[in-house]
Design a protein around this ligand. Structure first.
Ligand SMILES: NC(=O)c1ccc[n+]([C@@H]2O[C@H](COP(=O)([O-])OP(=O)(O)OC[C@H]3O[C@@H](n4cnc5c(N)ncnc54)[C@H](OP(=O)(O)O)[C@@H]3O)[C@@H](O)[C@H]2O)c1
Length: 210
């Protein structure tokens, strides 16, 4: 979609992915609201990113959005673990150029010993209804650590269950889905006055129907 836009938001330009288009009088601006969804979810979870060690499973568009937010927030290091390691390397390289304070690297698996993280993110479709079961990842209890599964259906995935067993706080993908919808609305129609109330109402409703 980026190719149809005459200009891109900084996030969409950096990630190279557009999921919302805004038609202005002279311009067609491309945005990436995955970034908004991730940013708002981590803010709401009070996850302090600065200097933290983070693991992201996946290296697609959603993983890029998470990496972008972590770079912008000054995370210490971000490990991308992906089937296609060349894709993970390209993403780590691109984000590393953008955010110099954060080290972006590629992990090879649980056996690489890099399992002492502050943030564990599943940015693959594994665990989602109709997809293979959640990828294996060993999680360690650590003060302030958080597991974030971008999958929103089902609400309880094996990834989140593992986090719970390991004593970690966790959040599923529904919060991100709602925040990016609110972000989309605001791009098109302007700032919503009571964002948190709207978010809570949407979550109550969607929890019943998803
Ligand atoms: N909550 C939200 O608002 C929200 C928003 C966006 C996305 N998501 C979730 O994030 C997921 C990824 O979205 P995306 O846009 O990043 O998709 P994408 O660009 O197609 O990337 C998919 C990623 O998942 C990996 N993957 C796919 N199937 C896999 C499997 N069976 N085993 C291991 N890895 C697998 C791919 O690995 P390879 O590169 O090796 O193929 C790639 O890294 C979506 O399916 C959705 O569940 C949620």
């Amino acid at each position: 979609m980026a190719g149809y836009c005459t200009e891109l938001s900084p996030e969409a330009g950096a990630i190279g992915a557009v999921n919302v288009v805004q038609f202005l009088s002279e311009e067609v601006r491309g945005h990436n609201t995955d970034v908004i969804g991730v940013r708002e979810t981590l803010r709401e979870q009070k996850f302090a990113m600065r200097g933290k060690r983070c693991l992201i499973l996946g290296a697609g568009g959603a993983a890029a959005a998470v990496g972008y937010v972590l770079g912008e927030g000054g995370a210490g290091s971000v490990v991308f673990r992906n089937r296609d390691t060349a894709k993970a390397r390209a993403l780590a390289g691109a984000l590393g150029k953008l955010f110099r304070r954060t080290e972006f690297v590629v992990g090879v698996g649980v056996e690489d010993g890099l399992d002492d993280f502050d943030l564990y993110v599943n940015a693959t479709p594994t665990g989602m209804k109709g997809f293979p079961v959640s990828l294996p990842v060993s999680m360690k209890k650590k003060r302030g650590a958080l597991a974030f599964d971008l999958v929103y259906r089902p609400a309880k995935t094996a990834f989140l269950a593992r986090a719970k067993r390991s004593g970690l706080a966790s959040v599923g993908g529904l919060d991100m889905l709602i925040w990016q919808a609110i972000g989309t609305w605001e791009i098109w129609f302007g700032r919503v006055s009571s964002r948190n109330r709207l978010k809570s109402a949407l979550k109550r409703h969607l929890t019943k129907i998803l």
